[in-house]
Design a protein around this ligand. Structure first.
Ligand SMILES: Nc1ncnc2c1ncn2[C@@H]1O[C@H](COP(=O)(O)OP(=O)(O)OP(=O)(O)O)[C@@H](O)[C@H]1O
Length: 387
């Protein structure tokens, strides 16, 4: 059994349950001090980092065309062939490395070229004559792609992170919206999530559930930090893609989401995620009767995503956070057979969400949903990863 006070109060285990006992401050204490506030989401900006291969291609295209390249073009050699061919041995690249001007050679070819070159220590590019980085600085394809992927997109990504940091770094304190905003990191106390999967559908009132909760067993009673919810436990085989965090009113679900996002935006945690898309069901309610594609949905709520194409979206590691399922006025119908797999295909917001959660849309995207217990049964247990 977990040791958290709120679990003792009776939050029934779902995929994960926010136990909500802060290390130094209980919910009761918070309420007494009038700190329970709902944090309205603000518009944010999002950018995207693409996979290396796509940028790799752009990278080559953007190089100044050398005489050798022009000659190859004249000879009818395709660009793909050029990219896989060493300019020195004219053979297929072996252990390919690039000079700082962007030309590719077999590592052995370029090293022996430099070894043989009259002026030792000269590291000019054999193809264009430009002075290159030294042999120690030659880049492999993956190093080069990282650098190139970041060109242009890095700026957008930084902008997105700054935007999300601004959105999450401060929270309202006080009993009404006029309360002052304070730094989240200053008041945040660690919350623990326990993993569990209830077989029952929770139809009772939350108070009733509190009574029955003690009869349910958590799958794991090890507390998990909110930043670690997508990290599989040692005994878990499958990667975790969809997480549903279930917790009673005021336990700290929104705070956890904000803390997770802030740590990501500050570069502290979960850096394998390229883009965090933070949305509340309250925001989504506003467009529930409209038709959007997933790409448009992101553009609407995250304007800087406008710079990002569907192709880049498909190859990036996205994390969608949907906060407050209990406030949803969408009718999430997981039995609807309308399959969506194209991020540019328009549909209702609920269909976008069900397809995203089911993995038809952006199958590698991570999804985190938070909910009060009474509403959590809107997500079928089969859609949630138990690890
Ligand atoms: N980790 C935390 N550290 C410090 N205070 C917290 C923490 N989590 C929650 N609180 C306090 O509890 C209040 C309620 O938290 P929060 O809005 O995150 O709850 P919630 O679970 O999202 O509630 P609801 O179900 O009503 O949306 C916050 O305004 C804050 O004052």
């Amino acid at each position: 059994m977990d040791q958290c006070e709120d679990r003792e109060e009776g939050v029934p285990p779902s995929k994960s349950t926010l136990c909500g006992e802060h290390e130094s401050q209980t919910k009761a204490q918070r309420k007494k001090r009038g700190t329970k506030r709902k944090h309205e989401p603000e518009p944010s900006c999002v950018s995207l980092k693409s996979d290396w291969s796509e940028e790799h291609f752009i990278y080559f295209k953007s190089q100044p065309v050398s005489a050798a390249e022009r000659a190859r073009k004249r000879s009818g050699v395709s660009e793909e062939e050029q990219l896989s061919c060493c300019a020195l041995c004219q053979d297929v690249l072996k252990d390919p490395v690039s000079t700082s001007c962007g030309h590719w050679f077999c590592r052995q070819c370029i090293c022996s070229y430099w070894d043989q070159s009259a002026s030792s220590g000269d590291s000019s590019c054999p193809q264009c004559g430009e002075r290159s980085r030294s042999r120690a600085g030659l880049q492999t394809a993956s190093q080069s792609s990282c650098v190139q992927t970041d060109v242009g997109l890095q700026e957008v990504l930084d902008e997105h992170k700054i935007s999300l940091r601004r959105r999450c770094e401060r929270v309202n304190e006080g009993s009404d919206e006029t309360g002052s905003r304070t730094l989240l990191n200053r008041i945040y106390t660690e919350l623990y999530i326990t993993e569990g999967q209830s077989e029952e559908v929770h139809i009772q009132h939350e108070v009733r559930q509190l009574e029955t909760a003690s009869k349910m067993d958590a799958l794991h009673d090890t507390p998990i930090r909110c930043q670690d919810i997508f990290k599989a436990l040692p005994d878990q085989q499958r990667p975790i893609r969809v997480v549903l965090t279930n917790g009673v009113a005021g336990v700290g679900k929104t705070f956890s989401v904000q803390k997770f996002t802030l740590d990501w935006a500050e570069g502290l945690e979960n850096q394998h995620v390229s883009v965090v898309v933070l949305l509340s069901f309250r925001e989504l309610n506003l467009i529930r009767d409209e038709q959007y594609s997933l790409l448009e949905l992101l553009h609407v709520f995250h304007p800087t995503l406008q710079k990002v194409t569907a192709e880049k979206l498909a190859v990036s590691q996205l994390l969608f956070i949907f906060d407050g399922l209990d406030e949803s006025r969408l009718s999430l119908d997981f039995t609807n057979r309308k399959l969506l797999s194209d991020v540019t295909q328009k549909s209702s917001v609920s269909q976008l969400l069900t397809n995203l959660i089911q993995g038809n849309l952006l199958p590698s995207a991570l999804v985190w949903i938070t909910s009060r217990p009474a509403a959590a049964n809107q997500i079928p247990p089969t859609c949630v990863d138990t690890g």
